[in-house]
Design a protein. Structure first.
Length: 373
């Protein structure tokens, strides 16, 4: 039986003041209810009141997903404007400080804040989550294991968090540095099969360390709600085209690994350690760095590594009708990510005004505008 690999995207956004682009510490009264009225179940709250999530319906076409994502962002932006607000899609907010952030009042989030304490308050980060349907639980865990060496590619292509607390961090993707403070984050272990994964989850649940598998926050995980494998590593993408291209690459790669069960079948601890090193290099340098190639004992420039991956999954992307979406990855690799654009906007504004505050304001303005383009 054929399988079209349905996929969907979940995007996290910062809620900001429309004029100042300052992040909202409290969800304004009536705002979320208005969003629910216009977007329905496509919009949900997050741990902190300063953030919201928007999700697409499952799709089998990158074009359909692109249109829906644009529509959702646009309608959400219209509602926000009526309340004097706006949205920013980026891994971190350039000037926000985590102190004094309010969490959403709900049993789940109350429990998380009790457990995480200050780490929960510091969770001022937004990510992109991509789901690809894999009905067989064993296959989900198997693909999760074999896909680990490619997780850094997605991180590098999605970098959108060069600023934190009004400072340029020196990292293109600071978000994961902050997010990985939390437990059960980073790359998953090399589980042999679904039984091993379930044994891990059951042990934590039985010990009351967590309530269920939704508290496992790895860079990639079997979804707790859907029959999908959920990629969670990328920063929230400012440009909607970037999000769709990354989703298309992930979908094609999942199909490739399913069709080629021997690919990375022998992955071991050294491979995982190298993947962790490359994860760091993706966070630090984005598309401007290089990855460690274990097989060749060499460094591979990230754009070359991306090109190799595109070539590897080209037949799968073609079968899924996603080749055009994949072409945009070359634009990202050559022209820059959101992080590159933010830094360029900051440098130009700082050179023009000589004022760091005004330069950061220019970055926030660009982010808000680009989020809705």
């Amino acid at each position: 039986m054929s399988h079209d690999y349905p996929f969907g995207l979940e995007e996290e956004f910062f809620v900001v003041d429309a004029a100042t682009k300052a992040v909202q510490r409290r969800m304004p009264s009536g705002f979320f209810d208005h969003l629910k009225e216009k977007l329905g179940d496509a919009v949900t709250v997050e741990l902190l009141q300063s953030q919201l999530e928007i999700a697409t319906n499952p799709a089998t076409s990158s074009g359909v997903a692109l249109d829906e994502l644009r529509d959702l962002r646009g309608r959400a932006g219209d509602v926000a404007a009526e309340h004097g607000l706006a949205f920013i899609a980026s891994g971190t907010h350039p000037t926000a400080t985590w102190q004094g952030m309010r969490h959403t009042a709900a049993n789940r989030y109350d429990g998380m804040m009790h457990d995480l304490q200050m780490l929960g308050e510091r969770n001022m980060v937004c990510g992109l989550h991509v789901h690809v349907e894999l009905p067989d639980p064993d296959q989900r865990v198997n693909v999760m294991r074999r896909i680990l060496p490619y997780i850094p590619h997605f991180i590098a292509l999605a970098t959108s968090s060069p600023f934190w607390g009004s400072r340029q961090t020196g990292l293109m993707g600071y978000r994961l540095a902050a997010y990985d403070e939390l437990p059960r984050t980073g790359l998953p272990e090399l589980f042999e099969d679904n039984a091993a994964y379930e044994a891990y989850v059951d042990a934590l649940v039985s010990a009351r360390a967590i309530s269920d598998s939704s508290y496992v926050w790895w860079a990639i995980r079997p979804s707790s709600k859907h029959p999908t494998l959920e990629l969670r590593a990328p920063d929230s993408c400012t440009r909607v085209e970037d999000a769709i291209a990354i989703a298309a690459l992930y979908r094609a790669l999942v199909r490739h690994l399913v069709r080629n069960p021997s690919h990375n079948a022998g992955i071991g601890t050294v491979d995982r350690a190298i993947a962790n090193e490359n994860k760091w290099r993706a966070q630090r340098y984005g598309i401007h760095g290089s990855f460690v190639d274990l097989a060749g004992r060499r460094a591979v420039a990230v754009p070359d590594a991306v090109e190799e991956l595109i070539s590897m999954v080209a037949d799968d992307a073609d079968a899924l009708g996603a080749l055009d979406a994949l072409k945009h990855l070359r634009t990202i690799a050559s022209g820059g990510t959101s992080a590159d654009m933010q830094i360029a906007v900051f440098q130009e504004a700082h050179h023009r005004t000589g004022n760091r505050g005004e330069a950061l304001d220019a970055v926030k303005t660009w982010l808000a505008q680009a989020t809705l383009q």
